[in-house]
Design a protein around this ligand. Structure first.
Ligand code: GLN
Length: 545
C-alpha cells in the first residue's frame, strides 16, 4: 500500500555517518529502502557528496572508486549502483548532488542576476540550494519516501552546509515528516574485552552541536550489542532504546536488509514518521537469491583484466554483477583480479592458466593496453570464454585487426594518433570537444541486435537499451574487413550506425560490448550478458574435467 492515497507530502529520511568513513551508509540506506519498498512503499535514495567536483566523472577511480552512470547520462557516485541493485529502480541525475554542483548552480544564478543587490552567502543561499535539491525529488510526486545519504563524516568541514540544511529542514518539514539516522561504529577493545560507546557519544554530540538530534542510531559492530550497551547509547545520545539498531558485520552486503528487518529498523522508521503500514516486508524473492548465493553447486574462476585492480571499488558494478549472475547459475564465481600491466605475450598463458573465462575491463588511456591485447589473443586462440566491456571490446577489435586481419600496428586513436589502422576512432561529434567534464557519450542508447547471433540468443530480443560512457568507437570504415574475416558486428545503434556489440561465431563464447551492462545488473534482474558468460564458463570448466 502506498502512502500517496493517504497524504500528498512525502517523508524524508537523512542518513549521516560518524566516527569513521566506510561504515556502509549506502548499504544501510539501500537496505532500509528495500524493506520499505517490500512493504509497498515507493522509495528513492539520493546521495549528497561534499567534494567540489561537479560530478565524479573527472575523478580517477583510485580517488573515489567506479563512476556509476545513470540512464539519463549522469556520472555519479558508486553508491547509486547499490541503490539500483537493491531497489531495482533506475536513479537519475537528481539522485546525486555534489557541493561542486550546488556552488555552480548558485554562482550561475548570481551571474544571471537572480540575487541582484544581495550578498550571496552559505546561509541562506547555499543551504537553500541544497534543500531545493533534496525536496525536488519528493516534489516529483513519484515517491512516498526520499532517503538522502550525506557523504563523509560528521565533523568534516566540507559537510557542514549539508548538515545545516538538514537542521533547517526539520523546521521546514515539521515533526514526523523527516528523521535522521546516524550510522556509527562501536569498536571492540580486545584487551578490555569490551564494546566501547565513547566514539559514538562524541559523534552524536558533534551532530548535536550542529543542531541535529539523531532519531535513530545504527551501530556498526563486529559483535552483537548487549542490551546494557544499547541502553547506554540511548541514555547518552538522547534516543529511545529501540532506536538503537545493531548493524553487525555481514558475510555479504545482501544480508543487510534481513539483518535490518530483524532489528525492526523499518518498523521503527515508519512509527517515527507516523506512517501507518501494517504490511510485513515481503522478502521471499530476496531470500531465494541469498539461498542460491550461499549454496552454490558449481564454481568457476573468472579473470578480470584491468589496470585499477588494486582497488576493488574501481570495478564495483562488475564484481556485483558476477554475484547476481553466479546466484542465478547456483555457481560460486571466484574472481582473479589481474593487473593488465603484468601481462605480456610471453607470460600470458601462465598468468591466465586455470581460468574458465576472461573479462577485459573498461578503462582509459595507454597504461596496461598491450597486456589487455595479449589477454584477448590468448583467450581467442584457446577458445576460452571472453567478455569485453567498453575498452575491453575495443581491445578485442584491435587484437583481431592486428592478428587476424593482418593490420600491422592497428590501434585506437586514443592511444596512438598515428596508427595506420585506427580501427577504434574518436566519434565524429567528439572531435571538437575540449571540456572534459560530462562530455563523453553518456547514458542509455538503444541498440538493435542482428538475428542469429550470440547477442540475440543472450538477450532474446532485438531491441535493447544500455548505458554508455566513452568517447571512442568502432570505426565503421573497417566494418566490412571484420565481417569478411569472421568478427561479426551484432549490435548497432539504430540512429547513428555505431557498432555496439562484436562477436566471433567460430569461437565458443566471444563477445565484446561498447556499453556497460554491469550498471544494469540488479539482484532481481541479473544481467543476461553476465548470466550467460558465467554459464559459458561453467561449460568450459566442465570440458576441462
Ligand atoms: N577509453 C575508451 C573510450 O573513451 C573506453 C572507455 C571505457 O572503457 N569506459 O572510448
Amino acid at each position: 500500500m502506498s502512502l500517496s492515497g493517504q497524504q500528498k507530502a512525502p517523508k524524508y529520511i537523512f542518513v549521516t555517518g560518524g566516527v569513521t568513513s566506510s561504515l556502509g551508509k549506502g548499504i544501510i540506506a539501500s537496505s532500509l529502502a528495500k524493506l520499505l519498498q517490500s512493504r509497498g512503499l515507493s522509495v528513492t535514495i539520493q546521495k549528497l557528496d561534499p567534494y567540489l567536483n561537479v560530478d565524479p566523472g573527472t575523478l580517477n577511480p583510485y580517488e573515489h572508486g567506479e563512476c556509476y552512470v545513470t540512464d539519463d547520462g549522469a556520472e555519479t557516485d558508486l553508491d547509486l549502483g547499490h541503490y539500483e541493485r537493491f531497489l531495482n529502480v533506475p536513479t537519475s541525475q537528481a539522485n546525486n548532488v555534489t557541493t561542486g554542483r550546488i556552488y555552480k548552480n548558485v554562482i550561475d544564478k548570481e551571474r544571471r542576476g537572480d540575487f541582484l543587490g544581495k550578498t550571496v552567502q552559505v546561509i541562506p543561499h547555499i543551504t537553500d540550494e541544497i534543500k531545493r535539491n533534496v525536496l525536488q525529488l519528493g516534489e516529483t510526486g513519484k515517491f512516498d519516501i526520499v532517503i538522502t545519504e550525506i557523504g563523509g563524516c560528521v565533523g568534516d568541514i566540507e559537510s557542514l552546509p549539508f548538515l545545516e540544511a538538514v537542521r533547517q529542514l526539520k523546521w521546514d518539514l515539521g515533526e514526523n515528516n523527516m528523521l535522521v539516522i546516524h550510522l556509527t561504529l562501536i569498536p571492540y577493545l580486545s584487551s578490555a574485552g569490551e564494546l566501547k560507546t565513547k566514539p559514538t557519544q562524541h559523534s552524536v554530540r558533534m551532530l548535536q552541536e550542529n543542531g541535529i538530534q539523531p532519531d535513530i542510531i545504527v551501530c556498526r559492530s563486529e559483535h552483537p550489542l548487549p542490551v546494557e550497551i544499547r541502553r547506554k547509547i540511548a541514555l547518552f545520545c538522547n534516543v529511545e532504546v529501540n532506536s538503537v539498531i545493531e548493524a553487525i558485520d555481514a558475510d555479504t552486503i545482501y544480508d543487510v536488509p534481513l539483518l535490518m528487518k530483524k532489528e525492526k529498523l523499518d518498523q521503527r522508521v515508519l512509527y517515527m514518521l507516523n506512517v501507518y503500514n501494517d504490511q510485513d516486508a515481503d522478502m521471499e524473492l530476496w531470500k531465494d537469491f541469498l539461498g542460491k548465493l550461499k549454496n552454490p553447486s558449481d564454481q568457476v574462476r573468472i579473470g578480470v583484466v584491468g589496470k585499477y585492480v588494486e582497488l576493488k571499488d574501481a570495478y564495483k558494478s562488475i564484481a556485483e554483477a558476477f554475484i547476481h549472475a553466479g546466484a542465478v547459475n547456483e555457481c560460486k564465481v571466484k574472481i582473479d583480479w589481474i593487473h593488465s600491466e603484468s601481462l605480456t605475450p610471453q607470460n600470458v598463458a601462465e598468468k591466465l592458466a586455470n581460468l574458465d573465462g576472461v573479462l577485459v575491463a573498461p578503462g582509459f588511456g595507454e597504461r596496461g593496453i598491450e597486456g589487455k591485447i595479449a589477454a584477448v589473443k590468448h583467450v581467442r586462440e584457446n577458445s576460452i570464454p571472453f567478455f569485453g566491456i567498453c575498452l575491453g571490446m575495443q581491445m578485442a577489435c584491435i587484437e583481431y585487426a592486428r592478428n587476424v586481419l593482418g593490420f600491422e600496428n592497428a590501434h585506437s586513436s586514443e592511444m596512438n594518433k598515428e596508427t595506420p589502422y585506427p580501427v577504434i576512432d574518436l566519434m565524429e561529434d567528439q572531435k571538437d570537444i575540449t571540456n572534459k567534464g560530462g562530455t563523453m557519450r553518456l547514458g542509455a542508447y538503444e541498440c538493435k541486435i542482428k538475428d542469429k547471433t550470440l547477442a540475440k540468443k543472450i538477450y532474446g530480443k532485438a531491441l535493447i537499451s544500455e548505458r554508455h560512457r566513452h568517447r571512442w568507437e568502432f570505426n565503421n570504415k573497417f566494418q566490412k574487413d571484420f565481417e569478411k574475416s569472421g568478427m561479426v558486428t551484432s549490435g548497432i545503434n539504430p540512429d547513428t550506425g555505431l557498432v555496439e556489440i562484436v562477436e566471433i561465431p567460430s569461437h565458443p563464447y566471444f563477445i565484446g560490448v561498447q556499453f556497460h551492462p554491469e550498471l544494469k545488473s540488479t539482484v532481481m534482474n541479473p544481467h543476461p550478458l553476465f548470466v550467460n558468460f558465467v554459464k559459458a564458463a561453467i561449460e568450459y570448466s566442465s570440458t576441462k574435467k
